[in-house]
Design a protein around this ligand. Sequence first.
Ligand SMILES: [Zn+2]
Length: 379
Amino acid sequence: MFSFKILKRSKLSRARLGVISTPHGEIETPAFIPVATRATVRTLESREVRDAGSRMLICNTYHLHMMPGEQIVQKAGGIHGFMQWDAPLMTDSGGFQVFSLGFGSDHGMGKILKEEPERTIVQGTQPSSVKITDDGVHFRSPVDGSPLFLGPKESVRIQEKLGADIIFAFDECPSPLADEAYMRTSLERTHRWETTCLNVRKRSDQAMYGIVQGGTFPHLRIESANIIGALPFEGFGVGGEFGYDKRSLRRMLGIVNDVLPESKPRHVLGVGHPEDFSYIAEGGGDTFDCIAPTHYARRGVVFTSTGRLEIKKRRYLTDQKPLDHACACDVCKTYSRSYICHLMRAHELTGMKLTSYHNIHFFNARAALIRHRIANDEL
Ligand SMILES: [Zn+2]
């Protein structure tokens, strides 16, 4: 069964050391959660992801619903059996992807902002390619254009078939361009949807996390945390945009986590570059997921203890050192920058696999360092 135990609370910040227990094992927190969008951490096998130090993955409900469909996955024994991952798993609600098809593609942006946006999405606005109603979202399949619908009931039904240990309530992930009035309406809708998710869930072996939204408006964040925090979820996700710099991430998480029940785990959705880890932990986050390690790896960007390295650059062709001298991963123990540089320049798939493995290992090792620092009263 699902449980969360706090082993230690920091005296310096909101950080805590904990253990999440699930039917498929335990995970120490704070922890980085790699993204296995279509039931794979791109380029890597499940056992490699595990060898690289990962203890939990998050898969994408929307993508698995579109392809191959939840029935196929269910027949294979859920995602665990399907991808041969015998450890904890999360699925997101699918909301973020559906909304990305709407305002996200209208305005060509995701949820991380570089600067203060012009808030051009006002109350009552509908995105061009999706239609939001009280029951959910109508949208068109990006595959064949056929009409589709996803709402709280559908999201829970799909996630129960996918069978992850932790599932998320369906929420609207509003665009960073939304003004306050839009954000408030969206928040009220999200709160209704999340209550529906609790009411329609059938599986008692899956934990359900409620999601706090509210964007960069602190009073909306507090309101959302109060409402969602009072509902009988096993844990909580904090979603949406956090602001324009790393400190606002910590501040906004702190505001939310001061309201949420202290004894339940918190997951920060879609955030987690290595330089963010300490801010997330200090803000009271327990787990967090981010596509960065594999996304960058496939483009030849390697994270190291001395910063990022663009391994495709010609100068690395003659560099016999490992990617990161301080890294204990199998790739760094075995291969040189020279070899990996050559593979990436030659567009060999093995190059992407090696950089992905190293980056995942690096992110996991960074999270382990955060746990070590909390244990030693340094964070
Ligand atoms: Zn390495």
